[in-house]
Design a protein around this ligand. Sequence first.
Ligand SMILES: Nc1ncnc2c1ncn2[C@@H]1O[C@H](COP(=O)(O)OP(=O)(O)OP(=O)(O)O)[C@@H](O)[C@H]1O
Ligand SMILES: [Mg+2]
Length: 484
Amino acid sequence: MPDAVVIVGRTGRIVEANARAEGLFGHRREHLLGSPLDMLIPAATRHDHARHLQSYFAAPHSRPMGTSLHITGLRKGGKEFPADVSLSPLETDEGIYAIAAIRDMTDRQRLERQFYHAQRLTAAGRLLAGVAHDFNNHLTGMMGFAEVALRALPAESAARTDLEELRRCARQLADISRQLLSFAGNRPAEPVCLNLNDSIRNIERLLRRFIGQGLRLEINLSPDLAPVRIDPAQIEQVLANLVINARDAMPGGGTIRIDTSNDPAGAGEVTVSIIDAGVGMTDEVKARVFEPFFSTKEKGRGSGLGLATCRDIVERHQGRIEIETTPGEGTTVRIRLPRATGAGDSGSQRLLHPQSLVGAETLLMVDDHAVLLNVFSRALSDLGYTVRTAPNPEEAMSIARNHAGDIHLLITDVVMPQTDGVALADAIKRIRPAIKILFMSGDVDAIFGPFRVTAKEPPADAPLLPKPFRPEDMARKIREVLDR
Ligand SMILES: Nc1ncnc2c1ncn2[C@@H]1O[C@H](COP(=O)(O)OP(=O)(O)OP(=O)(O)O)[C@@H](O)[C@H]1O
Ligand SMILES: [Mg+2]
């Protein structure tokens, strides 16, 4: 958009104005010409402005945009707006004039504010991931100890119920922490074949937490839902965004519904609908909701990135997102994803065939959390394994050099103070080329992608056990890696 231009004489009267100046200030040109420049400036700053103009005419010079002449402009009707002004002298037979080019900075300031807000959300996500990382280490310890203690107690012990309760609490906390972490995480998208019902159940607890007390969440899952192919963390992000929008649309309470269904027309699509009975949207709002930074929420509440992100994610998975809304009645947002075809890689199918968890191999386990080494080496020894443990990479190296027999598997934490687990695995492989590797980590972000703290990423197919996990999760993963 061109700048508004106003030409002013020494006396501070306007002698010329372009069409954009008419538009920006809301005055007709006839009205501007001959009027004092003061009419375009709020009363509070008029005095300063007059001084400015005087000194400008005393020593006229060019003054480009963005060199600190930020002023406040005044529109007809009293509305003020931030503006940037450049000045240049114009010499004529009648004397000297100043050409002022005025640029409306409203949009620019708003964008800057929103940009900072979006940045802060990203930073908050990073912080959260760090906290969840510590959290997961302690939770893994709690679940492990409860397990080992339960196994040691006689069946009739009264303490069993207490310990079982403790274990249940720890698992729930681990669930929440895993959801937070995957939500805050910035890992590369990894589409897998999944059932959207599972995604919804996974994030249900987090959603209930988000929506709080005043609202009900009703979930109707189609029992024979077809699978789709999508990144699990991203679809959860979409669901969370849509449910938060629904919550914000119902300040007076009510019910949010999530439905899943197969497309009855047999078009090969799976649909998730998020249905609210909230304020709805006008046509003007509806037309703009997918624009990044478009938000009707008060300052600091919405960044306007929610639906833009949702659409981006859904479309990158060959899906569509549709909105049906009536002001005062409510909104339905539908996500349609193509049903996954072919064999796929359904992770849940493997769980249907639980393998034996026992083993006789020798394991070397490295973690800087002594608690975890303690509890897992006990659990794994119970299953028949020989377990050597090391609280840091140096000791692990020394065991790798000096251990008399085979070591079949190295199980190592990835993020450790001195050497990271990926580097340690490389070093041990040089001494024992046949050793298999299993990584464990409380923060997948720390291993993959732009924020990783390791010197290099582990190989893409390296087995990884995300913390927190239960002893049986670890035992199952160990068998899987050893039997590969
Ligand atoms: N379920 C809904 N009911 C009514 N209006 C909605 C609904 N969902 C979105 N909107 C409107 O669309 C706008 C944009 O939504 P979007 O999720 O992109 O941003 P936001 O919710 O304002 O901010 P953010 O999601 O980034 O915190 C909202 O400000 C609101 O006006
Ligand atoms: Mg939103």
